[in-house]
Ligand binder design. Structure first.
Ligand SMILES: Nc1ncnc2c1ncn2[C@@H]1O[C@H](COP(=O)(O)OP(=O)(O)OP(=O)(O)O)[C@@H](O)[C@H]1O
Ligand SMILES: N[C@@H](Cc1ccc(O)cc1)C(=O)O
Length: 510
């Protein structure tokens, strides 16, 4: 069987806009007549430009392809390719999507990899985890790979400079962190499906590529792998081309990265019958390196599927190396801050994010989209739903409860009873002051308001209390004679002061 030579999408980006979502039905003008086609037809008709997987050069396409009957999924479940397409999780594939649809009518093995470049994954990576989870929900075997070996090398994809080498202990610590993130989402998804009565769901398997790369000697690698890789093809990858054009160039180490990832695909295909690799669109070059190597060494056709990267509204990729990463690990970003980030999603992004970042049924999301157009729509309720769903997926029910409690405590004019957890969580989002116990306990409220920086002078503080605008732990301060006692310290260490409904400050007592 010849190797798969068609690729849809990425190389043809100039012809197919990755975010283009055709309306449910639209009219296209043909040379002599009008024809109405549905969204389903549009995605099923392979009428987009195809290119050779190795070179990216266009290959012949049939201008009038036969209409393909969509294949259903495993044991009556939806077909994963339809799911990825309909949720905005399909950017490009190394084989015709209709051929993939046919293959995915039966269970397949699929993997996606995560390098330990930090001790937590982030919101952008969640897309890769969700794409894996959708495969799992559609009845396929899922492998999440952690890059114990590739983390030592550093993926040059999308990076303008060489990555600094990491110490082995850092890598080990990071591996543990990202494995916990992967398990949290994938195990939870499997549990949910089982609880809903789907007993065919398979547990996700986490593998570490150090297990098969480390035992291989350099000579073995050159002889068994390097021999089959063409340097000119490797040089043609975007990740290499951009770096070669830079002044710093590229180390031999990072140049070999694509071969390591290629070897992983071949290994997993050989040992675990994995035939699909998923990744963000930045992974295209590494994924096609794997499809080629597996074809050459094992005469086996394996497939790559990429999804569009999650970007901020100003077009920047969500990443770990980027400033202000939206971490999945609660120690790095509290469930409250995570929730708040999602609540601030712009209106234009909220529906695509609901499709891409949650398991909510599409008809429910469509209903929310309709509600958003109505005059009686309560502003931000779609964002709240998004924030709740994603926080639950990443931080569990406890995380949602703590995020909602902290949100209530931080709300302007809130009367919510404060817990230490809620106060700790919101303190990251508001100004804080640190004072000694001796300065606080037994002291007067006027001193506290001034020394903490809430008010500039005692006169101002006095006026605020008289006007009814001063709050201690969400309760109105009714007298300027109030003296602070141990009971006023939440958890024995925190006080929330407020001037008016919005201007809040946390005092940490040491
Ligand atoms: N913003 C994003 N949107 C969608 N997928 C992403 C995003 N960022 C990373 N991924 C995907 O997550 C997987 C793991 O990527 P990786 O661990 O290298 O994260 P990264 O954020 O790109 O790290 P770094 O910033 O260090 O390069 C890859 O498939 C990658 O394409
Ligand atoms: N190169 C991927 C991680 C990865 C590592 C090994 C693989 O086999 C697959 C993917 C990234 O940096 O995003």
């Amino acid at each position: 069987m010849p190797p798969s030579t068609s690729v849809l999408g990425r190389r043809a980006a100039a012809f197919v806009l990755p975010y283009f979502r055709p309306p449910a039905s639209l009219t296209i003008r043909q040379t002599s007549h009008r024809q109405t086609i549905s969204h389903r037809d549009l995605t099923a008709r392979p009428n987009r430009i195809r290119c050779c997987a190795a070179t990216g050069a266009p290959v012949a396409t049939n201008p009038n392809p036969p209409s393909v009957k969509p294949a259903s999924g495993v044991d009556g479940r939806p077909n994963i390719i339809d799911v990825l397409e309909s949720r905005g999780l399909f950017d490009a594939s190394t084989s015709d999507p209709d051929a993939l649809r046919e293959l995915c009518a039966k269970p397949v093995g699929v993997y996606s990899g995560f390098d330990p470049t930090a001790d937590s994954l982030h919101l952008g990576n969640l897309l890769a985890i969700l794409a894996l989870a959708w495969f799992q929900r559609c009845g396929h075997r899922v492998y999440a790979l952690v890059g114990g070996a590739t983390g030592k090398i550093g993926d040059p994809s999308g990076k303008s400079a060489e990555r600094p080498a990491m110490a082995d202990e850092t890598i080990a610590n990071n591996l543990a962190g990202i494995e916990a993130n992967l398990r949290q989402v994938l195990d939870r998804s499997a549990r949910e499906m089982k609880a809903a009565g789907d007993d065919g769901i398979q547990e996700p398997v986490v593998v570490n590529n150090n297990d098969w790369v480390a035992p291989m000697s350099f000579l073995d690698f050159l002889r068994d792998v390097g021999k089959y890789a063409r340097v000119n093809t490797m040089m043609n990858k975007d990740s290499v081309k951009t770096r070669l054009a830079s002044e710093e160039g590229m180390s031999f180490t990072e140049f070999t990265y694509q071969l390591l990832q290629a070897y992983d695909f071949m290994h997993l295909s050989d040992k675990h019958d994995v035939s699909f690799q998923l990744g963000g669109s930045d992974q295209w070059g590494n994924i096609t390196a794997g499809t080629e190597l597996t074809r050459k060494l094992k005469s086996r056709i394996v497939h790559g599927v990429t999804f569009p990267l999650l970007t901020t509204s100003d077009g920047k990729k969500f990443g770990k190396s980027e400033k202000g990463a939206v971490w999945l690990t609660p120690d790095k970003l509290s469930p409250y801050e995570f929730y708040q980030f999602l609540v601030r999603t712009p209106d234009d992004d909220v529906i695509p994010f609901l499709k891409r970042l949650t398991f909510m049924p599409l008809d429910e999301i469509d209903r929310i989209a309709e509600e958003m157009q109505r005059p009686d729509y309560t502003q931000n309720s779609a964002q709240k739903r998004l924030a709740e769903e994603v926080t639950r997926m990443v931080h569990g029910e406890k995380g949602v409860v703590s995020a909602l409690a902290a949100t209530a405590a931080a709300a302007p004019g809130s009367k919510a009873v404060l817990s230490v957890e809620a106060l700790e969580a919101i303190s990251a989002d508001m100004p804080s002051a640190t004072m000694t116990r001796a300065d606080v306990v037994g002291g007067g409220i006027l001193d506290l308001m001034v020394q903490s920086g809430l008010q500039k002078s005692k006169g101002e503080a006095r006026r605020l209390i008289k006007g009814g605008g001063a709050y201690l732990n969400n309760g109105k301060i009714t007298t300027e004679k109030l003296s602070i006692s141990e009971e006023d310290l939440v958890g024995g260490k925190l006080i929330l002061l407020a001037a008016g409904k919005k201007n809040k400050l946390v005092v940490r007592v040491e």
